[in-house]
Design a protein around this ligand. Structure first.
Ligand code: HEC
Ligand code: HEC
Length: 292
């Protein structure tokens, strides 16, 4: 029982507790039944009949104190309290917790394992399980991605649209949740200068409509950007490099937002949840996020 004090401090606690119980018992008994009771007979008498009394408190006080002493002793025999002694019931907070965890595991373990291994369609078809998934989401993800999973603040991606920066099939989404994601795009202003940043911003804005090859941003794009974002701008889920062709963008579609991304860079971080959620919860989240 690791929660209890070691032998030395346990010994102290034992001696102090037993000592004070015995002391208290002695005081109570001596007040009521000790020789001091006859004292008033020997005490001086003033003014004919004034005499100092030493009457003990009423007898029911004695029973009250005696009763609590007995209860304390019985309690200490049954439950931990006397230093390192665990008491007859061997009760401990840690033990209680372990017992409840075991009960939980035997009661729900098999069901949870079934969920963790089930087909995603099966999970999606079960409204009860989807409600559980929503609760897991609300508690762990909504602060960043929003309660409707529609993203927030041009910082946290929309998880309901068709675009997935890090890949949208279940295995890739699971990877995003379990191990987190760290996007790295450095700022290009120090490398290419203001003019080229402006040209690139314009080029990225024009990409969706098929920017002409003679666009002033086309050549620097091929040089600096295509390795990650792809020659056509379709992005690369292995690096989390955004698709620049559609009008879905994490940090906003405005020219300023895009210019900022290019000039200063972006380093979005999705935290890893492997330690915080178990297989069942992650499986439920993947099913919930891929439901259409
Ligand atoms: C090393 C790979 C890499 C290179 C090179 C790179 N990027 Fe990126 N880019 C990324 C990543 C990764 C992200 C996503 C950042 C995030 O999610 O925080 C990104 C994001 C962006 C965004 C924001 C997209 C959005 O959804 O808001 C723009 C715009 C962009 N890049 C343009 C460029 C341009 C233009 C260049 C060339 C000058 C470039 N990138 C070079 C990896 C790269
Ligand atoms: C602290 C804020 C935060 C929390 C909490 C958080 N995320 Fe994220 N998540 C992010 C950010 C930021 C990104 C974008 C990373 C990047 O720039 O590429 C992201 C990206 C993702 C992606 C990848 C999206 C894509 O387009 O590929 C998925 C999937 C995801 N999160 C799911 C979740 C789930 C499920 C939870 C809850 C278990 C969660 N996130 C909790 C901040 C968070």
């Amino acid at each position: 029982m690791a929660e209890l004090p070691g032998a030395f401090w346990g010994g102290w606690v034992l001696v102090l507790t037993v000592g004070s119980l015995v002391g208290l018992g002695w005081v109570v008994f001596s007040v009521y039944f000790g020789s001091g009771r006859d004292e008033h007979e020997a005490s001086p008498v003033w003014d004919g009949n004034l005499q100092e009394g030493a009457h003990p408190a009423p007898l029911w006080w004695f029973w009250l104190l005696f009763g609590s002493l007995v209860i304390s002793v019985v309690y200490l025999m049954l439950y931990p309290g006397l230093g390192a002694l665990g008491g007859a019931f061997e009760w401990s907070q840690g033990g209680e917790l372990r017992e409840r965890q075991e009960r939980y595991a035997t009661e729900f373990g098999p069901t949870r394992r079934l969920v963790a291994e089930a087909e995603l369609e099966t999970l999606r078809a079960d409204p009860g399980l989807m409600a559980s998934a929503q609760r897991v989401y609300d508690r762990n993800c909504a602060t960043c991605h929003g309660y409707d999973a529609r993203g927030q603040a041009d910082l946290f991606p929309d998880l309901r649209d068709a675009e997935w920066q890090w890949g949208g099939d279940p295995a890739q989404i699971e990877q995003s949740i379990r191990h987190g994601r760290q996007a790295v795009m450095v700022g290009w202003l120090p490398v290419v200068g203001e003019e080229t940043v402006d040209a690139l911003t314009d080029y990225v804005l024009a990409l969706a409509d098929g920017a002409p090859a003679e666009h002033p941003g086309a050549q620097p794009y091929t040089l600096y950007c295509s390795a990650c974002h792809g020659p056509d701008g379709a992005g690369n889920p292995l690096l989390g490099a955004s698709n620049l062709l559609d009008d879905i963008s994490l940090y906003g579609n405005s020219a300023e937002a895009i210019r900022h991304s290019i000039a200063v860079g972006r380093e979005g971080e999705m935290p890893a949840f492997a330690d915080r959620l178990d297989d069942t919860q992650i499986r439920l989240l993947v099913a919930w996020l891929t439901a259409r």
